[in-house]
Design a binder for this molecule. Structure first.
Ligand SMILES: Cc1cc2nc3c(=O)[nH]c(=O)nc-3n(C[C@H](O)[C@H](O)[C@H](O)COP(=O)(O)OP(=O)(O)OC[C@H]3O[C@@H](n4cnc5c(N)ncnc54)[C@H](O)[C@@H]3O)c2cc1C
Length: 442
């Protein structure tokens, strides 16, 4: 039987597309190669603990993601802990607070104005300079892409504002070191966050594991609408006939389809698209993309051990952000996040785990030793969001009229910079891809 829409890949992008199509009564079949759904944002069960393949953070600016949760029937408060931006960064060397920014619940841009004016980490001169120059920086378009470091230095912002706030934010948001990261993309992220309603700066920390946060509810929603989500079902080949896609080949099975959405990560899309002359140009571009790792080190302490806030930034250390998993009902469990490349990648899990444990012991001398340590490495966690990366990112359309692309690497609107590869980028591309098909379906 011919399927209406086949979606290859059950990460957040593929599932977002499937939910959107299901809501419009277009039946979908989702094929996922892994034994579980969720892709790069999923829960994992290891050593008797339910953790994530990597600690994730969402922000209030993730409007597409929040809207999708709602349409899937998920109540935000059940799955996300929302609190107004309260960033605290501590310096491992001095053990002093390096930066402390709390944005009050005021309409934008007053929240930023009062946040910076009340920031104790800056003196009066630095506050005025930060306010004026940050505002100018976000307003002036970056015509020719340059690195974030160059862009920030040229703006003449106070050193502390750059090193203790904007550079760590760049690394967190783009998983790319500021000396390589694209100023165009970072400016877009900052505009979406700070030149927007005050709620966009809220931090949203998952209260449940990542599979429960969206993928499992998405699967239920798809099935309730007559669709299906099949795991351990890798697509091996796209099958064409006369410049149209006829369907997809699974292991020992051909599935005929009217429309196909390729929602795999770029490296898997590259393989499938490289097979056919008309899509080889896209595959060639994808080949040039580079990736950045994210490592999460989970450290279990006795249940009474806690941070004063749900997350804490760490400067001059291998640990970049520390999350207290008490929010996910896991008291005593800390998740230390290390984004992007660095010498830590060369260390084995034991060495890395012990190193992070020593950093935490130095920051919190009253904590006992961790009872257990687990290291989860994702070598290709995100796209490297380097200068000029948008030139390599494909759009959703392909030369084959019934084949579309979606995923955190797909560029949705040519006239605006892309989002770095995040859950929001994945969801946005999935929903918009589905909307294209909905518009074209009589
Ligand atoms: C450790 C880590 C930390 C992160 N932290 C954050 C964060 O804090 N905030 C944030 O917003 N983002 C974060 N991200 C990024 C975010 O998780 C990704 O951008 C997002 O999950 C990508 O979703 P996707 O659907 O585009 O791709 P994927 O999740 O890669 O989904 C693609 C799916 O396709 C499947 N597939 C591949 N080949 C085939 C095939 N041939 N047939 C069938 N299926 C196939 C894969 O198994 C996968 O399930 C993080 C990522 C990682 C790994």
């Amino acid at each position: 039987m011919e399927k209406s829409v086949c979606i290859i890949g059950a990460g957040w992008a593929g599932l977002a597309a499937a939910v959107e199509l299901s809501r419009h009564n277009i039946p979908v079949s989702v094929y996922e190669s892994a034994p579980q759904i969720g892709g790069r944002a999923r829960g994992v069960q290891t050593q008797g603990k339910q953790i994530d393949n990597g600690q994730h953070l969402l922000i209030g600016a993730y409007q597409q993601t929040l809207a999708l949760l709602k349409t899937t029937g998920i109540n935000e408060a059940d799955v996300l802990y929302r609190y107004p931006q309260k960033l605290q960064l501590i310096d491992l060397q001095s053990h002093q607070k390096a930066f402390d920014l709390s944005l009050p619940r005021l309409p934008a841009p007053l929240h930023l104005l009062f946040g910076i004016l009340n920031c104790r980490s800056l003196n009066s001169k630095e506050k005025i300079s930060a306010l004026l120059r940050f505002n100018a920086l976000l307003k002036k378009p970056v015509n020719k892409d340059i690195s974030v470091n160059k862009w920030l230095t040229q703006a003449g912002l106070p050193e502390k504002f750059i090193h203790h706030l904007l550079q760590p934010l760049c690394l967190a948001a783009m998983t790319t070191h500021p000396q390589q990261a694209s100023a165009k993309s970072f400016q877009y992220v900052l505009q979406k966050t700070f030149f927007a309603p005050a709620s966009h700066t809220d931090l949203l920390i998952p209260k449940v594991n990542l599979s429960q946060l969206f993928p499992l509810a998405a699967k239920a929603c798809i099935e309730n609408h007559g669709g299906e989500v099949l795991t351990s079902s890798p697509c091996r080949k796209l099958v064409y006939d006369n410049h149209q896609l006829r369907g997809i080949e699974l292991d020992n099975q051909f599935v005929s389809a009217q429309q196909v959405i390729l929602a795999t990560p770029p490296w898997a899309a590259q393989k499938l698209l490289g097979d056919y002359p008309a899509t080889q140009a896209i595959a060639e571009k994808l080949k040039q993309l580079e990736y950045e790792p994210v490592i999460t080190v989970y450290l279990q302490y006795p249940e009474n051990i806690a941070l004063n806030q749900p997350m804490l930034g760490v400067l001059n250390a291998t640990t970049q952000w520390l999350f207290d998993r008490r929010i996910c009902w896991q008291p005593g469990l800390m998740a230390a996040v290390i984004s992007a490349r660095g010498e830590h990648e060369q260390w084995d899990n034991k060495t890395l785990g012990q190193h992070i444990s020593r950093e935490l012991a130095s920051l919190f001398p009253h904590w006992p030793e961790a009872e257990s340590i687990q290291v989860i490495r994702e070598k290709r966690a995100t796209l490297q969001c380097h200068v000029g990366v948008d030139g390599l990112r494909p759009g959703p359309d392909t030369p084959i009229p019934n084949l579309y692309l979606c995923g955190d690497y797909v560029l949705y609107e040519n006239n605006r910079p892309s989002l770095p590869s995040t859950l929001e980028a994945a969801v946005e591309s999935g929903v918009k891809c589905a909307q294209r098909i909905i518009q074209e379906t009589p």
